[in-house]
Design a protein around this ligand. Sequence first.
Ligand SMILES: NC(=O)C1=CN([C@@H]2O[C@H](COP(=O)(O)OP(=O)(O)OC[C@H]3O[C@@H](n4cnc5c(N)ncnc54)[C@H](OP(=O)(O)O)[C@@H]3O)[C@@H](O)[C@H]2O)C=CC1
Ligand SMILES: Nc1nc2c(c(=O)[nH]1)N=C([C@H](O)[C@@H](O)CO)CN2
Length: 239
Amino acid sequence: MTSPILITGAGQRIGLALAQHYIAQGQAVIITYRTRHNAVDKLEQLGAVCIYADFSTDDGISAFINTLKEHTKSLRAVVHNASSWDCEANNPDFAVLFDNMMRIHAKTPYLINLMCAELLINYQQSEKVPADIIHLTDYVVETGSPKHLAYAASKAALDNLTKSFSAKYAPNIKVNSVAPSLIIFNEHDDEQYRAKTLKKSLMGIEPGCQEIINSIDLLLQSHYITGRSLPVDGGRHLK
Ligand SMILES: NC(=O)C1=CN([C@@H]2O[C@H](COP(=O)(O)OP(=O)(O)OC[C@H]3O[C@@H](n4cnc5c(N)ncnc54)[C@H](OP(=O)(O)O)[C@@H]3O)[C@@H](O)[C@H]2O)C=CC1
Ligand SMILES: Nc1nc2c(c(=O)[nH]1)N=C([C@H](O)[C@@H](O)CO)CN2
């Protein structure tokens, strides 16, 4: 098997679209899932290696890393996509929320990047081009978020890890962030929220997963971009 791309949290939405895109290109793919959505069965039928992973505990992170290493000795790229968009209004225990946000958005990528670097370096030494780590962060890294304080802080921590890991792993591995604002709504989003959110960017659209696919393809095709954050936000910063 050629060196696979690992995509975390790819049982639905953006991660699923990424997995489907790379499988369609003939690229080997390993995904993690927590909930066994029907889409995971379909990815497996298409040849993806689908590994159960619950990153809500340190043991769950370690168990995944050990299982990953049983499946492959090299990785073309790691896309840290798994995420929980949780907020203070839904969590009276702020300490638990903060720990959960930091664990999924910062600790999980941190540990996987440190414990799996050898797999990425094996790809680089074999192909003589850099491997890639890509962090899915968020536009709110720039601004903070009064309704998602712990979420925004944890994504800012992930953004900072991009800088640190790019310096640590260059030139063998490039490390970049993709920082989206609205890409796709959630099914439960009502019309009022959708209308309000669309007005937050200059482009005023729900762009869909292809925007993230295009951004990640750009970073994977580059041999030079590293330590950077690619904003995919429809000009929200100028509204
Ligand atoms: N959608 C958007 O408009 C935007 C997305 N982003 C970022 O882009 C990325 C993809 O977004 P989107 O597709 O909406 O993501 P989702 O909210 O759909 O979450 C992606 C996956 O993460 C998994 N996950 C959550 N918590 C854990 C955990 N503790 N252990 C293992 N897996 C977990 C979920 O698993 P399960 O299926 O079991 O719930 C889910 O399938 C995220 O990093 C997000 O923050 C940023 C800005 C806007
Ligand atoms: N894990 C997730 N993170 C985020 C989501 C999401 O659905 N899952 N959605 C957003 C919003 O689209 C926001 O960017 C615009 O209101 C942010 N992060």
